[in-house]
Each structure stands twice: as structure tokens, then as C-alpha cells.
Design a binder for this molecule. Structure first.
Ligand code: NAD
Ligand code: MG
Length: 394
């Protein structure tokens, strides 16, 4: 019996990660208490979540959606206060809870996630774009507030486990040397187009049909272009104080090995498991304890043959664009991320072909001079500038 349940806020509760998080928490109802849920527009799903979890607060960023939610839950969750807009989201991010799951997609998650860092005890980070955009500022904010971070991205969660880290070690200069690590290996499924030779005609439906994972549409397209792996290289550099040369990407189509650490003594430690985000979510919620995820362990006798391939940089140019942006530094990753979001949205709306995505990113990076990041305002201004610029390129 746990006397004081762990108070949890979910930023992005209606998305793929949000729903998986609530599914895990369903199995541990005494251990966790849902304080606040947030979403953008999905009223029906949020109404259902409010009925089931009776949170103190629910945010719909979209105002019309907030009005609809208010009506939908007046009898089913009468004690839930509905808030709206950016201000509502930031109010929720300031609640002094034990755990915040940061699962908003894209740059929209930056401000609420960074705000939550300053107010919660433990941040579970799925919103990789926030770390890509704010890197050093993000890690400094964590340290300044003594907030624990545990990575949710399956590869980074795998590395966190294979490195046997504590959250306070994340981002410490010289971490990899101290641990005797020679290299981090990030695995990538290769996405739905690994064996497609001509990408110029592929559709949003094909891009979103990932072979191993069920995810939101933006990250699904990122996985298909391998920009997701590029963002993950940057994420790994910040979390594990690595440079891009210490992080190697390896295609592993079965998504059974979620990442590996090469140690200087010749040992390689890998994290294996069925590809299901409830595994890293359970690990992060429970850490340092282990809690049930209700995901089956691997049955190695039934596991497909494990394959490994190098990345074809001509077919997947987004990976190197991301690595270059991180190596340039300053606001270059902000520009990369913004241009990618604009290009991915245009592809999903069928305004540009899939192969135009890297072109938009490359041009935007070439045409906007990177600035040093001195504060959050620089990040927000360059993000807006890059979005405007990328939108003029198609
Ligand atoms: P999703 O699209 O399924 O859900 C996104 C959530 O963010 C929804 O709740 C939505 O309402 C909210 N949201 C969207 N736009 C918003 C806005 N402008 N303001 C406020 N809220 C907004 O996305 P997802 O697949 O759950 O991914 C969430 C994050 O987790 C992403 O950063 C993604 O890269 C990362 N991630 C996801 C997976 C996965 O398996 N889905 C794995 C690793 C990392
Ligand atoms: Mg990942």
C-alpha cells in the first residue's frame, strides 16, 4: 500500500504517448493520481479521459474545443476545471506535481515542457523537439531546479538503462569517459520506406504506416524520412553529453534492440524488448523501481532474425542535415526543427512530395544565419522566423 500517490500531469494526454501512459497507470491506480490532462483539439477523447480520471484540471488549447469539453463533462466530471489557450497550458505546467509526462508533439511543447521542468520533481521526456530546440538551456534549467529527467524515447530510455545512470548524471560533461564508454549506438527501424527505391510518389498514408510502432502522424513521417533519428542523435548528444561522432546510427528493421552502448573494454550492452512504448513509459514512471507494463517479455524462440544495416545517406538526407545542424550549433537545430515541422505538415496536407521535405530543410538552414542561444527569446524568435521562411519555399 502506497500512502501518498504520486501526482501526475500529462501534457499531451490524447496523443499516442499520452494514451499509452494512461494505460500503464490504469494498472497502478493506487500508486498514481492524475492531477491534470492537456490536449489541443480532441474533445471526445479528452471527455472520456476526464470521466475516467476525474482530474483537477483539463486543458484544451483550442478555445472552441474547450467550450465543447466544458459542456461534455459537466455531469461526468463536475469537479474538473477546464482551462484554455497557451495561458491555460502554462498554468498547468506550473502545478507542483511529482511527475510530468511531456508528450506534446513538436515545438509547441517547448514552453510548457520547460515550464514544467521548473515546477515538477520528475520530467518524463517524450517531446524530443523541446530538447533539440533548447539543448543547453533545457539541461541547465533541469540542473538549476534539481529536476529529475527520465527519457521516454525508446532509444534514449534504452541507453539510460544500458549506461546504468541516475537522472542527476544526465548531461554531465565527460559522462561517457567517466563511464568507460567508447560509443553509443542508436538503432533505427528504417521506417516504411527502407526497401522503397523511389520516394517521390509516396503518400501520407504510406508514410504513416510504420512497420513496428503505432505513433502520431508527425513522428511517423519523421521516422519515414529518418529525421526522427536525426532529432534523436541531437537528443542523445544533450542527454549523454556526447558529440555527434560518439553516436552511431544503425538500421535494425525488427526494432527488438532499442539501442546499445559500446564500452572501452569491448563489452557491448544492449536493451531488448518488444516494440511497445509502454515499456519505456513504465520504466520511467517506476524508476528506480520496476513496475508492470503488462507488455510481454521477448520470446527469443519466436523472435524474427535480427538484421543490421548501415544508413543510406543519399536516400535519407534528413539524418545528416540534423547532425550538421547540431555540429553548427546555436540556433541551427531550432531552424532545422521548424523547417521540418512546416515541411512535414505540408506533406501531410499533400502540398509537397515527400522528397521535398529535405529540400525545404536544407534551403531554410542555408538561408537563415544561425545565432548563439543567449536566452529563450532567441529560440522563439528564430523558430518563428524559420517557420515563415520555410513556408515560402513551396
Ligand atoms: P500525437 O500526435 O499522437 O499526440 C500529440 C499530443 O500533443 C496530443 O495530445 C495533442 O493534443 C497535443 N498537441 C498537439 N499540438 C498541440 C499544440 N499546438 N499545443 C498543445 N498541445 C498540442 O504525438 P505522439 O506520437 O504521442 O508524440 C508525442 C511526442 O512524443 C513527440 O514529440 C514524439 O516525437 C515523441 N515520441 C513519440 C513516440 C511514439 O511512439 N508515439 C515515441 C518516441 C517519442
Ligand atoms: Mg525513438
Amino acid at each position: 500500500m502506497i500512502p501518498n500517490p504520486n501526482k501526475v500531469t500529462l501534457l499531451g494526454s490524447t496523443g499516442s504517448i499520452g494514451v499509452n501512459t494512461l494505460t500503464v497507470i490504469q494498472h497502478h491506480r493506487k500508486r498514481y493520481e492524475i492531477i491534470a490532462l492537456t490536449a489541443n483539439t480532441q474533445v471526445e477523447r479528452m471527455a472520456e479521459q476526464c470521466r475516467e480520471w476525474q482530474p483537477r484540471y483539463a486543458v484544451m488549447v483550442n478555445e472552441i474545443a474547450a467550450e465543447q469539453l466544458q459542456q461534455r463533462i459537466q455531469h461526468t466530471a463536475p469537479d474538473t476545471t477546464v482551462l484554455t489557450g497557451q495561458s491555460g497550458l502554462l498554468t498547468i505546467a506550473q502545478l507542483p506535481v511529482d511527475t510530468v509526462m511531456a508528450a506534446i508533439v513538436g515545438g509547441a511543447g517547448l514552453l510548457p515542457t520547460l515550464t514544467a521542468v521548473a515546477h515538477c520533481q520528475r520530467l518524463l521526456l517524450a517531446n524530443k523537439e523541446a530538447l533539440v530546440m533548447a539543448g543547453k538551456l533545457f539541461m541547465n534549467t533541469l540542473r538549476a531546479h534539481g529536476t529529475e529527467l527520465i527519457p521516454i524515447d525508446s532509444e534514449h530510455n534504452a541507453l539510460f538503462q544500458a549506461l546504468a545512470l541516475t537522472p542527476s548524471e544526465l548531461g554531465q560533461a565527460g559522462l561517457l569517459d567517466q563511464k568507460g564508454v567508447s560509443r553509443l549506438l542508436l538503432t533505427a527501424s528504417g521506417g516504411p520506406f527502407l526497401h522503397t527505391s523511389d520516394l517521390s510518389q509516396v503518400t501520407p498514408e504510406q508514410a504513416c504506416a510504420h512497420p513496428n510502432w503505432v505513433m502520431g502522424r508527425k513522428i511517423s513521417v519523421d521516422s519515414a524520412s529518418m529525421m526522427n533519428k536525426g532529432l534523436e542523435v541531437i537528443e542523445a548528444c544533450w542527454l549523454f553529453a556526447a558529440d555527434t561522432q560518439q553516436v552511431q546510427v544503425l538500421i535494425h528493421p525488427q526494432s527488438i534492440i532499442h539501442s546499445l552502448v559500446d564500452y572501452q573494454d569491448g563489452s557491448t550492452l544492449a536493451h531488448l524488448g518488444n516494440p511497445d512504448m509502454k515499456v519505456p513509459i513504465s520504466h520511467a514512471l517506476g524508476w528506480p523501481e520496476r513496475i508492470h507494463s503488462k507488455v510481454n517479455s521477448l520470446n527469443l524462440l519466436n523472435t524474427p532474425r535480427l538484421e543490421f544495416l548501415p544508413v543510406d545517406p543519399l536516400k535519407f538526407p534528413c539524418l545528416n542535415l540534423a547532425i550538421q545542424a547540431h555540429n553548427i550549433g546555436g540556433t541551427a537545430p531550432v531552424v532545422l526543427n521548424a523547417a521540418n515541422e512546416i515541411a512535414v505538415a505540408a506533406f501531410l496536407e499533400r502540398k509537397i512530395p515527400f522528397t521535398t521535405i529535405p529540400q525545404v530543410i536544407e534551403k531554410t538552414l542555408a538561408e537563415i544565419t544561425p545565432l548563439p542561444i543567449t536566452n529563450l527569446e532567441v529560440i522563439l524568435a528564430e523558430d518563428a522566423k524559420a517557420r515563415d521562411h520555410a513556408s515560402t519555399l513551396f
